[in-house]
Design a protein around this ligand. Structure first.
Ligand code: NDP
Ligand code: 8X3
Length: 255
């Protein structure tokens, strides 16, 4: 049965989509477990949201690439909050814009380990708690890149296509249980994503020049909507782009 105040675990909550989801879901009365490598950021956010909304929060340092780190974070979160109902596998990144044959090992590993392995490790650790609760929801944060590959994005696009496969498989594997599985695939949104990808703030800012991209709040609103729908309704996939982006590389720029 749906709890009055679902307990939601979000990875990548120190920035962008994850932080926006935390803000929006705390305002809905959800209790929150927030994880990222930058503990100061998630701790500050967790403390502020607990104070502002009277919800319980837990903040933990986690590197989703590392099994021991993920397991410790998830177990500490579940112990502190009394279980888990919702998992948001959001932590992820693109690293570089290399052509396939140019991709350095370091960037290849960063993307595949975070976007594929990190998602598996997060859900693998959290799912026993969700199943124990008997009601839950798992969100995979994919990308338009998982639908339409583009030049300079082969590994990132592959990781997000792989994530789509995992979401499909998990939904089949959980059929018969009251656990919804949603794959949310945003298009371009102005967060720290491009700063991380390009390692250059000026180049990152140029990506959004003349365009009105999605905001992190827009994406968080999609999660809130999927979560608040009646229990028998599952949004399998949601592809959401700003109006200016008809396809990853088909952008309407005003300047
Ligand atoms: P941000 O860079 O703003 O946020 C990424 C978050 O992931 C940060 O909180 C970061 O925290 C966390 N993270 C990265 N690596 C790890 C790790 N190894 N362990 C734990 N946490 C990690 O980008 P977005 O909010 O935009 O990205 C969130 C998700 O959305 C990603 O999966 C991205 O691929 C996807 N996405 C983004 C789009 C965009 O245009 N912005 C569009 C479509 C999808 P920390 O560094 O503190 O660990
Ligand atoms: C991020 C959006 O278009 O840069 O996933 O791949 S895009």
């Amino acid at each position: 049965m749906r709890p009055e105040h679902p307990i939601v675990l979000i990875t990548g909550a120190s920035s962008g989509f994850g932080a926006a989801m935390a803000r929006l879901l705390a305002a809905q009365g959800c209790h929150l477990a927030l994880g990222a490598r930058r503990l100061d950021r998630v701790q500050g956010l967790a403390d502020a949201l607990a104070k502002a909304h009277g919800v319980q929060t837990f903040a933990g340092q986690v590197d989703t690439r590392d099994t021991a780190s993920v397991n410790a974070f998830v177990e500490a979160a579940a112990a502190a909050l009394g279980g888990l109902h919702v998992l948001v596998a959001n932590a992820g990144l693109a690293s570089g814009t290399f052509k396939l044959w140019e991709t350095p090992d370091e960037d290849l590993e960063a993307m595949m380990r975070t976007n594929i392995e990190g998602v598996v490790k997060t859900i693998r650790a959290g799912l026993p708690h969700v199943r124990k609760a008997g009601w839950g929801h798992v969100f995979f944060i994919g990308s338009v890149a998982g639908h339409q590959p583009y030049e300079g994005g082969s590994v990132y696009c592959a990781s997000k296509m792989g994530l789509r496969a995992m979401a499909h498989s998990l939904r089949l594997e959980l059929n018969g249980e009251q656990i919804r599985v949603t794959e949310l695939d945003p298009g371009m949104a102005e967060t720290e994503f491009s700063n991380v990808r390009l390692k250059d703030d000026d180049k990152a800012a140029a990506i959004y020049k003349g365009v009105k991209p999605l905001t992190a709040h827009d994406v968080a609103e999609c999660v809130r909507w999927c979560l608040m729908l009646p229990d028998h309704v599952n949004i399998d996939e949601m592809l959401v782009k700003c109006v200016d982006q008809a396809a990853p590389h088909k952008l309407h720029r005003r300047v």
